[in-house]
Write a protein that binds this ligand. Structure first.
Ligand code: E4P
Length: 219
């Protein structure tokens, strides 16, 4: 499974890129707003530190305006992917852009039917929102596994990005449910490698090491 970072924070991205863990980045208007910076500058800076796909979302609601916006955004960097909302206009824009060979990420997917529509319209990526479904007591992971089955049965090319990830359990379950990608908030990433038993283990090893006779010239 590939790992994307769900953030607009360049410093956060650089830190995790240095661990070799970043296959791509997703942003959305709320994440960009948090940075208090110009959208184009943020996207260009992210694209310069990440070689994989970087999703930048349009804010227009009409298909022709979405396409216009997308045509501008794709000029910003070669690895930009256009993020579109799952609406009738979003599907139309997705279809238009896919005919032009422009990569798209259709977002705000909450049902298998929506995911199927996006994949058929030519989306490169489809983003079901696991956490926001869990918030309303709907099983977000079932949506991931249903979508994976649908794509496989019908030979549809879109890749599933498990989005709205809130905890380690979501990442593990999304991997098991067949998501191709999980997009993870930067602040959550360290919780994926941290474990209290690892820390306790290191502490015990170092304590025990104190009783080992010193090797001359070695720590
Ligand atoms: C997906 O691409 C979205 O940016 C994101 O995962 C939304 O997550 P949230 O529900 O935590 O806002």
């Amino acid at each position: 499974m590939k790992f994307f970072l769900d953030t607009g924070n360049v410093e956060e991205i650089k830190r995790i890129v240095s661990l070799g863990l970043v296959d791509g980045v997703t942003t959305n208007p709320s994440l960009i707003a948090k940075e208090g910076r110009v959208f184009k500058e943020v996207i260009q800076e992210i694209c310069s530190v990440v070689s994989g796909p970087v999703s930048a979302e349009v804010i227009s609601l009409k298909a022709d305006e979405m396409v216009q916006e997308a045509l501008e955004i794709v000029e910003w960097a070669p690895n930009v992917v256009i993020k579109l909302p799952l609406t009738e206009d979003g599907l139309k824009a997705c279809h238009e852009l896919s005919k032009k060979g422009i990569k798209t990420n259709v977002t705000l997917i909450f049902s298998a039917a929506q995911g199927l529509m996006a994949a058929k319209a030519g989306a490169t990526y489809i983003s079901p929102f696991v956490g926001r479904l869990d918030d309303i007591a709907v099983d977000g992971m079932k949506l991931i596994s249903d979508l994976r089955a649908i794509l496989d049965i019908h030979g549809l090319k879109a890749e599933i990005i498990a989005a709205s990830i809130r905890n380690v359990g979501h990442v593990e379950a999304a991997a098991l449910a067949g998501a191709h990608i999980a997009t993870i908030p930067g602040s959550l990433v360290p919780t994926l490698w941290k474990h209290p038993l690892t820390d306790a283990g290191i502490e015990r090893f170092l304590k025990d090491w104190e009783s080992v006779p010193q090797t001359p010239g070695h720590k």
